[in-house]
Design a protein around this ligand. Structure first.
Ligand SMILES: *Cc1c(COP(=O)(O)O)cnc(C)c1O
Length: 405
């Protein structure tokens, strides 16, 4: 064991600072879910008995809770297994139905793999895709989107909040452009939900992909918001079967997960404003602590247009994997959770124009509901100490690679 960093650790180890990978299920959410594993186990599609009716009632209450958090009508919420499925459904489902109208899609270089790989799959089926580059701050302009739209463009897909650098794209302005040009606007809202205000009508969003486990709900449950009204949105289902969820998504509904998702949204609706302010305070304490005490550190992505809980830093003259190992008492990520099984630097950090070495030496801190000031102070001390130790090693500037984890 190494010596404990200075400043008595008043904290429990390991510390969780990876809330973009997943969030713990809130105990109130777990409480709400429990009856649906037990006595209220019915299938909401069972129309002939009280077991089914009770389950359906619970699902409809959860649908209203999810809808309320995003300013939607409950009828516009389709439950899925998570944001990956919702991204696939909104992109492949819309593209299949709009093929006659056009063959061109617009997205952004820094999107989540669930979006990037879905549009690549569409490319393989003959669609054309424009992947907009981002500025050094990780942002695009609504004007960039307007320029990329062609007569054959059917859909624009832009994430609300980035899962690695936390930047918030100008969704409202892009929504206006899409409406003006008559193009569907699909948004991956997985990281934005329960962290920043999301109002689908105000933002002019047509399709919004959501995930419960990024919002203090359970894993394996998500939703797709599908705007109602005209022009009517048609999606080709990606799952054929019994025609559940108005035919958009067949399969027996995961009632406990859906009830938990609803409860998580209800909590967020009443506590988000206060919680976000507290978490922003922690993030700023972490940022200022590290930047004032460690040299050669840069923040990746816009600081002003950013999720309150996100801090993504690059450390000069330090190997990223070595730093991650040295910080093993703190759960953080290098690059995105999805990309960290490969030693390739994150596509998001590279898209900012950051060099490969600095991209490789990037850490993502994701602060959330359970974090405290004492934990932040502990992490600041630990980062200062470990970076100093690593920089003192003879191999420090060579960026030694090793197998991940
Ligand atoms: C986590 C995440 C997803 C995938 O969500 P799952 O519910 O885990 O499938 C998609 N997009 C973004 C931006 C994410 O952060």
């Amino acid at each position: 064991m190494e010596a404990a960093p200075k400043g008595k650790p008043q904290v429990r180890i390991p510390i969780y600072m990876d809330h973009h990978a997943t969030t713990p299920c809130d105990p109130r959410v777990v409480e709400a879910m429990l009856p649906y594993f037990g006595e209220t186990f019915g299938n909401p599609a069972s129309r002939n008995h009280v077991f089914g009716w009770r389950a359906e009632e619970a699902v409809e209450a959860a649908r209203a809770q999810v809808a309320a958090l995003i300013g939607a009508n409950p009828k516009e919420v389709v439950f899925t297994s998570g944001a990956t499925e919702s991204d696939n459904l909104m992109l492949k489902g819309a593209a299949a139905r709009l093929r006659e109208r056009g063959d061109h899609l617009v997205t952004v270089a820094t999107e989540h793999p669930a979006v990037l790989d879905s549009v690549s799959a569409l490319e393989g089926k003959g669609f054309r895709v424009t992947r907009l580059p981002v500025g050094k701050d990780g942002l695009i302009d609504a004007a960039d989107v307007a320029r990329a739209i062609e007569p054959a463009t059917i859909l624009v897909s832009v994430m609300w909040a980035n899962n690695e650098i936390g930047v918030l794209q100008p969704i409202e302005a892009i929504g206006r452009v899409c409406k003006e040009r008559g193009v569907l606007f699909a948004v991956d809202g997985a990281q934005a939900l329960a962290k920043v205000p999301v109002d689908v009508r105000r933002a002019g969003v047509d399709l919004l992909a959501l995930s419960a486990h990024k919002a203090y709900g359970p894993k394996g449950t998500g939703a797709l918001y599908v705007r109602s009204g005209s022009p009517r949105i048609r999606l080709e289902p990606q799952m054929d079967g019994g025609g559940h969820e108005r035919g958009f998504r067949s399969g027996t509904l995961a009632v406990p997960g859906i009830v938990g998702f609803g409860a998580a949204c209800e909590i967020a609706r009443s506590e988000m404003a206060e919680e976000s302010a507290r978490i922003l305070g922690l993030r700023e304490r972490l940022r200022q602590g590290i930047l004032s005490r460690v040299e050669g550190v840069q923040v990746n992505g816009s600081l002003s247009e950013r999720l309150p809980g996100n801090l993504n830093l690059s450390f000069e003259c330090v190997d990223g994997e070595a730093l991650l190992m040295a910080l093993r008492d703190v759960a953080v990520s290098s690059g995105s959770a999805c990309a960290s099984a490969s030693p390739e630097p994150s596509h998001v950090i590279l898209a900012l124009g950051v060099g490969r070495d600095l991209a490789h030496a990037s850490l993502r801190f994701g602060l959330g509901r359970g974090n405290t000031e004492a934990e932040v102070d502990y992490v600041v001390n630990l980062v200062e100490e470990k970076v100093r130790q690593l920089r003192a090693l003879p191999s420090a500037t060579q960026g030694v690679r090793r197998a991940v984890q």
